[in-house]
Design a protein around this ligand. Structure first.
Ligand SMILES: NC(=O)c1ccc[n+]([C@@H]2O[C@H](COP(=O)([O-])OP(=O)(O)OC[C@H]3O[C@@H](n4cnc5c(N)ncnc54)[C@H](OP(=O)(O)O)[C@@H]3O)[C@@H](O)[C@H]2O)c1
Length: 265
């Protein structure tokens, strides 16, 4: 059976960087995202550049119906060595829970994409990893899941779920040859963060992923790269109420700035 690495949300940002980095190391990659056109373009580029086999599966993780049976069919006949649960969605801007635009839809979408996808994809690939006593599952949580993050409440809570799910699962299966890693990035320059220019503390997804892959097998919970580990260390010195107060203050400012800009438009 051909051995593949699977990445969810693989056509942009951090997911695309994981896909490329695994392909650069000579591994066959299966890409899962919503848009067939983007999937074909990214898979074509990877095939051309790294001369590895690629496979694309179109799936929208916002939907529950059908998605996982379609993915299961797409992965049929492949051995999965590495699963990167990367797909995720956040707020457009920090907002009070009840004032989040289209709240009911946002709740469904965020829970499906950020939580359900991690559980269901793990459910799909873990049994065959266990049969081989070998496998790696990398779950992309967020530093926003390390402390309660006001005005990003739902996002923060979904990422805390991912972190706890990963760490518990790692404890359950590490003796059986399975590595589960919880990855908790601070800002990375992607579409989601709307940061265009990478800096030392807000690296490009490529720089971030190269560093994060270096921690696999060494850390079961990681901020992924040195600058983010340093920020994590500084935050860990703060008592939780002080961290929450600071995050509330910063997110209030970001919210005010965003709403002012929208008004001007
Ligand atoms: N960027 C940051 O600063 C940051 C910080 C902490 C944690 N994270 C986490 O890192 C992960 C990746 O974030 P990112 O910044 O790289 O995001 P991004 O640039 O917005 O990329 C998201 C990827 O997911 C795919 N996607 C989005 N919605 C989907 C859906 N419903 N079904 C299937 N695929 C979908 C997108 O492709 P299509 O649109 O083509 O489907 C794209 O390939 C997320 O879990 C995020 O929470 C990011």
């Amino acid at each position: 059976m051909p051995m593949f690495r699977v990445v969810t949300g693989s056509t942009d940002g951090i997911g695309k960087a994981y896909t490329e980095e695994l392909a650069r190391r000579g591994m066959k990659v299966a890409l899962i995202s919503r848009s067939k056109e983007k999937l074909d373009r990214v898979a074509g580029e990877i095939k051309e550049k790294y001369k590895v086999e690629t496979k694309v599966i179109v799936a929208d993780f916002a939907e529950r119906e059908d998605t996982y049976s379609r993915i299961k069919a797409g992965l049929e006949g492949l051995e999965i060595g590495v699963l990167v649960n990367n797909v995720g969605t956040s707020y457009v801007y920090p907002e009070y829970f009840l004032d989040v635009p289209d709240l009911d839809k946002t709740i469904d979408k965020m829970v499906n994409i950020n939580i359900m996808s991690v559980c269901k994809m793990t459910r799909l690939v873990l049994p065959s990893m266990l049969e081989r006593s070998k496998g790696v599952i990398l779950n992309i949580a967020s530093a926003a899941g390390m402390y309660p993050t006001p005005l990003l409440t739902l996002y923060s809570a979904t990422k805390a779920f991912v972190d706890y799910f990963s760490r518990s699962l790692h404890a359950e299966y590490k003796s059986k040859g399975i590595i589960v890693q919880s990855v908790l990035p601070y800002y990375v320059a992607t579409k989601m963060s709307r940061i265009r220019k990478p800096t030392f503390s807000k690296p490009s997804p490529e720089t971030y992923v190269r560093a994060a892959l270096g921690t696999v097998g060494l850390q079961s919970q990681t901020n992924g790269c040195l600058p983010h580990a340093l920020i994590g260390w500084v935050f860990s010195l703060l008592p939780t109420p002080a961290a929450v107060h600071l995050l509330m203050k910063v997110n209030k400012q970001t919210r005010a700035h965003y709403l002012k800009k929208m008004k001007e438009k």
